[in-house]
Ligand binder design. Structure first.
Ligand code: PLP
Length: 833
């Protein structure tokens, strides 16, 4: 047989008709199903149109495609190819119809073909048949009406069925019948009866002749030319062609010994190779037979090289008349999955235009990855929240485990965002404490919520930096606005507002800090300025808290140059609240000793037991002396959204600064700590530095707030968006509900504890915080704590209150329900027995 004449395609490929590329899993199934699913996701991300799979002795085609369809919901799916002798027409149609029923809008390609005697006979023990063309015709003639849902009766040479009908209800869209064809008669049959034809193992130069045969088939059947879509597997790999050649040779050899492929290779211009190979093979010399495959043949069919070579190869097939190039990645680089990714990227880049602008291409790829993974990650996060109902609350990994799971070296080549995403489940989730879990009662809650997380995403995506009003007015003004909203929501003083209720500017204002620690530091710095740090010696300043004040006070004082020795712990009363008389005494002693009392930090809701310092009485001490009074309501402040709980900020109208953390208990994920000052002057004066490059006309004119002057760092994130989304989504009513249900649950638990003979409260319940101990003493409470720590459902913190080891239960996760609390109580009762 002589090589066919290659005719030029009659017209340049019609760009509108050409479909985006597809990918087949046929060449890399040995890497495992995960590799296929990863490639399917990549395909979607990179703008491919279809995902195909083969079937010999490995993965079963329809179940593989079902999974791929879930992994990549937008891709068309195809079998390429099913050995048609192995499935009856009805069974194959059932498989395709099942896929179609799963996604009625998706394109499903039922690709079938005559497979080799080895696959059909030797491996599957089915009958190869002596009239493959006739069998194929009959198969197609049966499959078509079955796909259409018709009742079929057929009595032919190969199949006798009926009356029978496909029992799957389909909508408008039906699977397409695609016939794999190599020789003239099969190509014509595809033209006559198929919706598509699939070419394989052919060089681009052989395509025009194949297309011509298909068109002849269409003509003979009276179908308009082009009725049948021409798809071709294009074998390409971004890898070193020299190194890949041995694999390519072996691959082609395996096909060249199959008579139908041998004939196709001959026609495609490789008659000499086929002849030499055949002779050597007959003589039993396998290595000579392999060696007969020339480099030219390899380079024409199994095309390896750089990204441009690969892209040009796909172009060549399309120019030769292929409507849909389905790449068969040759995974012959050192990193096989990486080679597949690079190959796919090379092909995808053709459509974004090989502009030669690598920066642009990098950007487009990253944005495309963002869309693909982003949509899925929203689901992942939402699923994660649900999963926390069942996950063990605390991590069970050994120190170092996380690092042991990760590559020691950073990746040189990227493209593995999918791998990083997969590592969330593999490495990250097992090593987390699930703060959002219903049984998380430790520390204080750190509420995440869907609207807050969406705002976080938007804020990250906007990527703006709100250090000045001018660097993004929305960042500053939204922050002023939502902090004014919070003043109203929590019944805080008018002076805290940027704009008073009557529309006039207020003397104070609110600002979002990353944490309460930073807010308290700002208060100390402002207090120091107000005292006129220029005239006061820093080594004379003293700050006051209690033993119950959060440790951040001491740290902040240290940062501000005030050592531990001048951080006073004012004695507390029986409920661990600051004793104002003792405060007055300490201040007096310090003053007499020549020291300068700078700031008193009162707490509403201390960390250990939720105690409340008497702010009014403390203000009676500080006010006459001009000492800065700071009120830390980091946890309890959120409760102020409920009018009946406004007492949490009693006395707040007499403090100089006030803070609370919506990131604890107000459904706003970390970080978001809100700080208000009654008068902003001291704060902004102490923190304002204006280099030339940060001067703006609006600032100079005093028209705007620049929040860089309200915090230690210059740069700042767009955090206000979180509060904005949270308040818009839940409304104050929703936020109140959240607080109230947490408190009601804690009250239920408190009452159960009070009624139980073996347990007792060590401090009065504070809002949603309950601290209790075993009546038998610290050892018994210690055993209770151990039992809690051993139970994967719960996490509590240990504390010492009134000198007693105690169990601290902080309720407040949005996933906690009364049922969670009741179950926890049943567990406690058993553990305390
Ligand atoms: N103040 C109080 C009363 C706290 O309970 C906490 C933390 O639990 C803090 C301050 C410190 O909060 P942040 O982590 O926001 O600095």
């Amino acid at each position: 047989m002589t090589a066919h004449t290659v005719t030029e395609p009659t017209a340049a490929p019609d760009a509108r008709r050409r479909r985006p590329p597809g990918i087949t899993f046929a060449s890399f199934q040995p890497l495992g199903i995960d590799a296929g699913l990863t490639a399917a996701r990549w395909a979607e991300e990179l703008g491919f149109a279809s995902f195909w799979t083969a079937e010999t002795t490995g993965l079963e085609a329809f179940s593989t495609l079902s999974a791929a369809g879930c992994a990549a919901p937008t891709l068309a799916l195809g079998t390429g190819v099913l050995a048609l002798q192995l499935r009856t027409p009805l069974l194959a149609v059932q498989g395709a119809a099942t896929l179609q029923a799963l996604s009625p809008e998706r394109e499903i390609n039922l690709g079938v073909g005559i497979s080799s005697t080895a696959v059909v006979g030797r491996w599957h023990g089915a009958r190869y048949g002596d009239r493959p063309l006739a069998q194929t015709r009959e198969w197609l003639e049966l499959a078509r009406p079955l796909l259409e849902g018709e009742k079929v009766t057929h009595d032919g040479d190969h199949y006798a069925v009926g009356p029978t009908r496909l029992g799957v209800r389909l909508g408008e869209r039906r699977p397409r019948l695609v016939l794999a064809a190599l020789n003239e008669r099969m190509l014509r049959l595809a033209g006559e009866l198929g919706d598509g034809v699939l070419l394989n193992y052919l060089p681009a130069s052989a395509v025009p002749w194949c297309v011509e045969q298909v068109r002849q088939g269409e003509l003979a059947a009276g179908r308009p030319p082009g009725s049948v879509r021409v798809s071709a597997y294009v074998h390409v790999g971004v890898c070193d062609p020299g190194a890949a050649r041995a694999k390519a040779r072996r691959d082609l050899f395996g096909y060249a010994v199959v008579p139908a492929y041998a004939k196709a290779f001959e026609r495609a211009g490789f008659a000499a190779e086929v002849a030499a190979l055949g002779a050597a093979f007959e003589a039993g010399d396998r290595s000579a037979a392999e060696a007969a495959i020339s480099d030219d043949m390899i380079d024409a069919i199994n095309i390896c090289g750089d990204a441009d070579t690969v892209a040009a190869a796909v172009d060549a097939y399309e120019h030769a008349g292929v409507d849909e190039a389905v790449i068969m990645p040759l995974p012959w680089g050192e990193d096989r999955l990486g080679t597949i990714r690079l190959t796919m990227e090379a092909v995808a880049r053709r459509d974004t235009g090989r502009s030669g602008d690598a920066r642009r291409e990098r950007l487009e790829l990253a944005e495309s990855a963002f869309r693909t993974h982003g949509h899925r990650l929203i689901d992942w996060v939402a699923d994660y929240w649900r999963r926390t109902d069942d996950l063990p609350v605390g991590p069970s990994v050994e120190p170092g485990w996380v690092r042991s799971q990760l590559d020691a070296h950073p990746p040189e080549h990227g493209g593995d965002l999918a791998g990083a995403v997969a590592d969330l489940d593999r490495v990250i989730v097992p090593a987390l404490t699930h703060w959002q879990a219903p049984g998380f009662f430790g520390y204080f809650p750190a509420n995440a919520s869907p609207p807050a997380v969406l705002a976080e995403l938007v804020s990250a995506g906007l990527g703006v930096q709100g250090m000045l009003w001018a660097t993004s007015p929305a960042v500053t003004e939204l922050e002023q606005h939502v902090l004014d909203w919070l003043v109203e929501a929590c019944g805080l003083p008018e002076d805290f507002r940027h704009r008073r209720s009557d529309g006039t500017p207020g003397p104070g204002g609110g600002v979002i800090q990353d944490s309460a620690s930073s807010g308290t530091l700002c208060a100390i710095l402002a207090a120091r300025h107000r005292l006129d740090a220029g005239t006061q010696r820093i080594d004379s300043l003293v700050v006051y808290g209690t033993s119950e004040t959060h440790s951040s006070l001491e740290k902040d004082a240290r940062v501000a140059g005030i050592p531990k020795a001048r951080v006073r712990a004012v004695p507390t009363d029986g409920v661990l609240a600051m004793d104002p008389e003792a405060l007055a005494t300490l201040i007096e002693e310090d003053r007499r000793a020549g020291l300068v009392p700078l700031l008193v930090c009162a707490t509403s809701g201390t960390t250990s037991t939720g105690a409340f310092d008497p702010v009014e009485a403390i203000a009676d001490v500080t006010e006459p002396l001009g000492i800065w009074l700071h009120l830390d309501a980091a946890w309890a402040g959120s409760a102020g959204v409920a009018p009946e709980l406004r007492w949490v900020s009693d006395g707040v109208e007499r403090v100089d600064s006030y803070l609370f953390n919506p990131h604890k208990w107000l459904l706003t994920n970390f970080d978001c700590s809100t700080l208000w000052v009654r008068n902003r002057a001291a704060l902004t004066e102490t923190l304002s530095i204006v280099p030339e490059y940060l001067r703006t006309a609006q600032s100079e004119a005093g028209e705007v707030v620049d929040f860089r002057d309200w915090q230690v760092p210059l740069g700042r994130r767009f955090r206000a968006l979180k509060l904005f989304f949270v308040m818009r989504h839940y409304g104050l009513a929703g936020l109140r509900d959240h607080i109230r249900t947490g408190i009601a649950d804690a009250t239920w638990l408190e009452e159960a504890i009070v009624a139980h003979p073996a347990l007792e409260l060590v401090a009065p319940r504070s809002l949603a915080l309950v601290c209790f101990a075993h009546v038998d003493g610290d050892d018994a409470t210690g055993r209770l704590l151990e039992a809690i720590a051993d139970d994967p459902r719960y996490l509590c913190t240990r504390t010492v209150a009134a000198g007693r080891v105690s169990v601290r239960v902080a309720v407040g996760s949005p996933r906690t329900t009364r049922a969670t609390i009741e179950q926890f109580w049943a567990f406690l009762v058993a553990a305390a027995a």
